[in-house]
Design a protein around this ligand. Structure first.
Ligand code: ZN
Ligand code: ZN
Length: 481
């Protein structure tokens, strides 16, 4: 399971069903606890283990089945430090080598898994009914362009405000979703919803305020910013990007007596913690829960009639080839929080570009069309599942050192059949923790994997053998997420 979903509730259910043969394992346990579980697994005392990604590394003696719940979840990837592995892929590999089966469960599969399932590599089972006969929510798009005059400054449309008011009157609760990735500001035309895209990649350009220019974070392409919309000639171009705290403040101003709580990384750290916030909401002490993607994960509330998604544009317009996939998954997951048994919930999605194809698929509940379109794009622009990605990051406290090491690395790689090598480029966030980064992206076809692996090893060695690059840190990440 993804880390966050390791709730007491699930452990309780498992123990109830399987008793003493069910064990729990995750990295929050201390060393002696972990050794104890490790031993017990080895001696086959546990027949069922519930765990986060590291549970895969336990010494299973007779593995029969691995179930990966919410297989699309990005937290399955261990990013830092090494070993950088994706728990879903590791589970599949582990199960296969043990002659065991794997079940991947999700309502919003990753594009890779969907492709594997539909192309016959995996088996495919579709649940066509929701749990306990729940209806799909009534999902509607709300055009942000309907705001006018003073209201333009607001991040709430009248539709959303009225629906919050109604929920309050009917003593029902509301979840408002605003994702955290607001640090990448982008430009959007307030009149037609146009937003600048890179000429080489299927991603949005990121606005860099310091230099007043647009950059592609994937291929490094840059250009002057626009002062007029090339689609409709409007000069009203907006820079978008706002977070949960602002949403909370704005809403409180609109409804002074509304009880609002916030669920995001900051709130969890500084306030009363994750469980307390959830509990207050469950007990009805809070009317509206404003949150980041933390509100999309594994929560079942009984009294939520309305889910509001503050900015679909912001979800879909970040510079990553997975923007559509991720936006789709997040919106579908948070939509699932609306409604309860025998009562249909309502989902309002605010957007400037209401014609975005992903939004159309969401309101029509047409997931197969979404995946078909997404796969077509991936094929066209050469992204997974049609190629494997390998990202090489070079870090150094001097910027020119990290960039030049990148050039040396690319030169050492040379040309490799079946591979496209992009970069080095300076990423959007050039310096992290005092170190400048440069990035190389390799798109490799399956046939080229063996060669590229050896090439990366030797290029790394030769780059580090150059005196001025000896202190450069080189990180290789296969299948980055
Ligand atoms: Zn680009
Ligand atoms: Zn326009």
């Amino acid at each position: 399971m993804p880390e966050i979903a390791l709730t007491a509730q699930i452990i309780h259910r498992l123990k109830e069903r399987f008793g003493a043969i069910a064990g729990v394992y995750h990295s929050k346990f201390n060393h002696s606890e972990r050794i104890e579980i490790w031993q017990a697994v080895k001696e086959k005392k546990y027949q069922v283990i519930l765990g986060a990604r590291s549970a895969l590394l336990l010494p299973f003696a007779d593995l029969g089945l691995v179930i990966v719940d919410e297989e699309h979840d990005y937290s399955f990837k261990q990013q830092d430090p090494a070993p950088r592995y994706h728990a879903r892929d590791t589970a599949i590999y582990l199960a296969r080598s043990a002659g065991a089966k794997t079940i991947l469960g999700t309502a919003t599969p990753s594009v890779e898994s969907y492709f594997n399932a539909r192309s016959g590599k995996y088996g495919y089972v579709e649940l066509t009914e929701r749990y306990a006969g729940m209806q799909m929510p009534d999902t509607q798009l709300v055009d942000m362009k309907q705001r006018n005059g003073k209201k333009k400054e607001l991040h709430f449309t009248n539709d959303l405000l009225e629906n919050i008011q109604r929920a309050k009157e009917q003593h029902q609760q509301v979840i408002l979703f605003q994702n955290r990735r607001g640090y990448s500001p982008y430009i959007v035309c307030s009149q037609c919803g146009w937003s600048p895209q890179c000429v080489n990649c299927d991603v949005h350009m990121v606005y860099h305020k310091a230099k007043d220019e647009l950059r592609c974070h994937y291929c490094g392409f840059r250009q002057d910013t626009y002062h007029e919309c090339p689609a409709c000639s409007s000069t009203q171009l907006l820079i978008q990007g706002f977070g949960t705290e602002k949403v909370e403040d704005e809403l409180q101003l609109q409804f002074p007596d509304l009880k609002i709580a916030r669920l995001d990384m900051d709130a969890v750290k500084t306030k009363t913690g994750h469980e307390r916030i959830i509990q207050d909401f469950e007990e009805g002490l809070v009317d509206v829960l404003v949150g980041t993607q933390m509100v999309t994960k594994g929560l079942d509330f009984d009294n939520v009639s309305l889910v509001g998604i503050l900015s679909a544009d912001q979800l879909l317009n970040f510079p990553d080839f997975r923007a559509s996939e991720r936006g789709y998954q997040l919106m579908m997951q948070v939509s699932g929080r609306a409604g309860r048994k025998h009562r249909q919930g309502k989902v309002l999605i605010q957007a400037t570009n209401t014609r975005h194809p992903v939004l159309q698929y969401i309101i029509q509940h047409d997931r197969h069309a979404f995946y078909a379109e997404e796969l077509e794009q991936r094929k066209k622009f050469l992204y997974p599942p049609f190629v494997r990605l390998i990202q090489i990051t070079l870090k150094h406290k001097f910027q020119d050192r990290s960039l030049n090491a990148g050039y040396a690395f690319v030169q050492a790689l040379g040309r490799i059949a079946g591979c496209e090598i992009l970069g080095p480029v300076t990423p959007g966030i050039a310096r992290i923790r005092g170190k400048y980064r440069s990035e190389i992206l390799i798109k490799a076809t399956t046939g080229a994997l063996k060669t590229i692996k050896q090439k990366i090893r030797s290029s790394r060695k030769s780059t580090l053998s150059i005196k001025q690059f000896q202190s450069v840190e080189i990180v290789v990440d296969v299948d980055p997420v």
